[in-house]
Design a protein around this ligand. Structure first.
Ligand SMILES: NC(=O)c1ccc[n+]([C@@H]2O[C@H](COP(=O)([O-])OP(=O)(O)OC[C@H]3O[C@@H](n4cnc5c(N)ncnc54)[C@H](OP(=O)(O)O)[C@@H]3O)[C@@H](O)[C@H]2O)c1
Length: 310
């Protein structure tokens, strides 16, 4: 029997998802945008099997309202946006625990980081190092290859990899929004792994400055990427003017984010832009792949939907 989907968000991801679902013989109840409020209420009557949420990371409460509405009506939601879980994890956890809310595509796009780490960390871990933002990795990779930073940022925008930051965005706004994206993904992960209870984006302090000079300086360091570390090791302190993250967590862990050379433990493979290095007494695993981009994101969303409908 055909599965019925409602897609909320008519942007790059929403449109690519619609095309892909049609090819997979799903029926689309509706693809609705910001101004189609009546449509999605109508769509609720048409009883979609699953709702895909692909709205911009902008409005603090819109995503939660959609999730509460559809999950409350017994319809599973698959999301790739980050606000609901990085602002209201405590409220959303009840839906996750009931198997109604699926969010693998919101952290690391296509490489299913929440699901992988949940499995790997069941017996605890010493350290996880993650490259969480495919867009910054893409820009840094192009700069490593000799492209001017401005051109690399423009290319990332052209490929639809950047978060939406309004009209005429400059480099500072774009890079800042990707660093905020890293904080949001980190918050979702540490809450999901039980290392924080209801930590929110606003509670995590970004240290250092995000002015043009400090951003240009870090992006131009060959072989450096933004690495997030969740660790039990002592914090050695962060120096310099670049934007860094430090947040104490539960059970002796802390969360750190900084520009680091990635040769060695967290090296980027050809064609990949996200990944993680997981280390415990039981296992050491490295995992890399394409995080950002419509293809991998939509693949993770459909995998989540199939799981929700099993
Ligand atoms: N692009 C990627 O590679 C990627 C990867 C992983 C996750 N994501 C996440 O996926 C989401 C969508 O990304 P995108 O690249 O598709 O962004 P996008 O092209 O900017 O599209 C976002 C869409 O969301 C719509 N929207 C915003 N608020 C809404 C609301 N309250 N109700 C209904 N629609 C609303 C916007 O409508 P208007 O046109 O009216 O503004 C726009 O059509 C974002 O949260 C992003 O973080 C993206």
């Amino acid at each position: 029997m055909n599965k019925k989907a409602l897609i909320i968000g008519k942007g790059k991801i929403g449109n690519f998802l619609a095309d892909t679902l049609r090819k997979l013989n799903w029926s689309l109840v509706e693809v609705v945008g910001r101004n189609d409020v009546d449509n999605y209420l109508d769509s609720l009557q048409k009883k979609p099997d699953v709702v895909f949420l692909a709205i911009a990371t902008e409005d603090k409460d819109a995503a939660c309202a959609y999730i509460n509405l559809f999950n409350g009506a017994g319809i599973p939601v698959v999301t790739c946006e980050k606000i609901a879980l990085s602002e209201h994890f405590g409220q959303m956890k009840r839906w996750i625990d009931k198997g109604m809310l699926h969010f693998n595509a919101s952290v690391g796009g296509g490489i299913m980081i929440p699901q992988q780490l949940e499995t790997l960390s069941a017996l605890g871990f010493e350290e996880i190092r993650l490259v969480l933002n495919g867009t910054l990795s893409y820009i840094a990779h192009q700069v490593d290859g000799g492209m001017p930073i401005e051109m690399a940022v423009e290319q990332a925008q052209g490929l639809g990899l950047t978060e939406s930051v309004g009209e005429k965005p400059d480099i500072v706004k774009i890079v800042q929004s990707e660093i905020h994206d890293i904080v949001r993904k980190s918050v979702i992960l540490v809450n999901h792994l039980g290392l924080a209870s209801n930590l929110t984006f606003g509670q995590v302090k970004l240290h250092g400055s995000s002015n043009l000079r400090s951003l240009m300086d870090i992006l131009s360091r060959p072989g450096f990427r933004y690495v997030v570390t969740i660790t039990r090791r002592e914090h050695s302190g962060v120096s310099g003017n670049r934007p860094t993250i430090y947040q104490p967590l539960e059970n002796g862990y802390s969360l750190r984010g900084d520009w680091e050379p990635i040769n060695g433990t967290c090296s980027e493979r050809i064609g990949s832009n996200c990944g993680f290095y997981f280390h415990s007494v039981h296992n050491t695993v490295q995992f890399f792949g394409r995080g950002a981009g419509a293809g991998p994101t939509v693949s993770a969303m459909i995998a989540d939907a199939n799981k929700a409908l099993m």
